[in-house]
Design a protein around this ligand. Structure first.
Ligand SMILES: Nc1ncnc2c1ncn2[C@@H]1O[C@H](COP(=O)(O)OP(=O)(O)OP(=O)(O)O)[C@@H](O)[C@H]1O
Ligand SMILES: [Mg+2]
Length: 401
């Protein structure tokens, strides 16, 4: 079993020297412009890529992490270098949107450097320090679900990687509310047979990590402990199952149950993988009812719509039938009217023929007789020529004019 390195903080040298020495250039490419922070393993600097001079400041930005070298014991220095190189190797092998990308790694003047993409944002610890109140539960669930995704990626990687240092200061949130895991200093490929180094973060590490037996469920524990911090603003108690409601009565039963299960002291009692924890996180009992109601509403609306459509078809059919019937009736009436007209015309034609015949007879007999008087008046409209004939028959019966 190995132990974490110890440092001589008095002798600690801040990377490239005092702030007044900025900027300085590393490897002829990385222009270090400011110090971003300092962690247990090293110093983190803001830098610019001189090879990308044509790009915008934002695109040229990078972060240089320098391994500290103020270790009292030579073996600690060696251990720290081993951790650092492991971080470099682990990170170089990973490719995930929620994991900070490695750009370069090198050593110069006996110091070790790792260059990463610059994450524009803050870590969750800084964010909590600024706001001084618990985060919104929906926001926490959104971040936690992203962390579950990245843990699932790590745990199913070949070989699996156990992060082992999940805690608010190692989780950055960028300006798009996207999670970025930084600091893979103690992450390492998981080999069950191997004696794992027992590096712990008080409150965030599960019991098994104290004796060097971390497995994927250890990261589940650390995520539960991180949620406890985000809901309460306080670091979780070491080696204790967390219960957010004991410090924040506004925490829902839903998230309280998840944190308690994730931080179970016995790894068998936790979610057995990050994907299971994500399922629990995104299953929201309070929105299941509205969801069900929504489904019911959609089904009912569909039934009503289909019913109305079919009903409409039936009504339309009936209307068409009625229309056809009334059209037939109209047609019959029209036919009757035409028949009557035809009969009337026939009668008038008969009268005309008879009238003509009488006229011929009278003219032949030389005895003029007012033919029209025998038949009565003819319809002027129908027979105007006949009226003329009738008139000439009266005034000129011999046709002499
Ligand atoms: N790529 C990055 N972009 C922006 N900021 C970063 C980046 N990497 C690290 N930081 C910032 O620097 C801080 C320290 O980085 P990191 O955790 O990697 O160092 P560390 O020495 O291992 O720290 P600790 O031991 O405290 O965890 C982070 O909490 C984060 O705020
Ligand atoms: Mg860190």
């Amino acid at each position: 079993m190995t132990s974490p390195p110890s440092y001589n903080n008095d002798n600690y040298r801040f990377g490239g020297g005092p702030a007044s020495e900025f900027p300085f250039v590393l490897k002829g490419r990385w222009e270090v412009v400011d110090r971003l922070g300092q962690g247990g393993m090293g110093t983190v600097y803001m830098a610019r890529d001189l090879n990308l001079s044509t790009l915008s400041q934002q695109k040229k930005s990078a972060v240089v992490k320098e391994l500290r070298d103020d270790f009292i014991r030579g073996e600690d220095k060696e251990k720290a270098r081993e951790f650092f190189m492991r971080e470099v190797n682990v990170l170089a092998d990973l490719d995930h949107p929620n994991i900070v990308r490695v750009l370069d790694q090198f050593s110069e003047n006996g110091r070790y450097y790792l260059v990463m993409e610059y994450v524009q944002g803050q870590n969750l610890h800084e964010m909590m320090t600024k706001r001084q109140e618990p985060f919104d539960e929906d926001m926490i669930i959104e971040w936690a679900a992203q962390i579950c995704d990245v843990l699932t990626y790590l745990h199913t990687h070949n070989p699996p990687v156990i992060y082992r240092d999940l805690k608010p200061s190692n989780i950055m949130i960028n300006t798009n509310d996207q999670v970025k895991l930084v600091d893979f200093g103690i992450a390492r490929p998981f080999q069950e047979s191997e004696d794992n180094t027992h590096v712990v973060s008080q409150g965030y590490s599960p019991p098994e990590q104290y004796w060097g037996a971390a497995d994927p469920r250890s990261d589940v524990y650390a995520l539960g402990a991180t949620i406890q911090f985000l809901l309460t603003g306080q670091d979780p108690l070491a080696l204790t199952t967390s219960c957010p409601q004991s410090l924040n009565p506004n925490a829902s039963d839903h998230i309280n149950d998840i944190v308690m299960r994730a931080t179970n002291q016995d790894s068998d009692g936790r979610y057995q993988c990050a994907a299971d924890m994500k399922d629990a996180l995104i299953f929201r009992p309070e929105i299941v009812q509205p969801e069900k109601a929504k489904t019911l509403y959609v089904v009912l609306t569909s039934i009503i719509c289909v019913g109305m459509f079919l009903g409409g078809l039936v009504i339309l059919g009936k209307l068409q039938d009625q229309q056809e019937t009334s059209t037939k009736e109209v047609k019959t009436l029209e036919e009757q009217r035409l028949d009557a007209k035809a009969m009337e015309l026939n009668k008038q034609e008969e009268k005309l023929i008879k009238f003509k015949r009488l006229l011929r007879e009278e003219m032949a007999g030389g005895k003029p007789k007012p033919a029209a008087s025998q038949f009565g008046a003819f319809n002027g409209e129908v027979m105007p020529a006949l009226e003329e004939q009738e008139e000439s028959a009266l005034t000129d019966p011999d046709g002499l004019k």
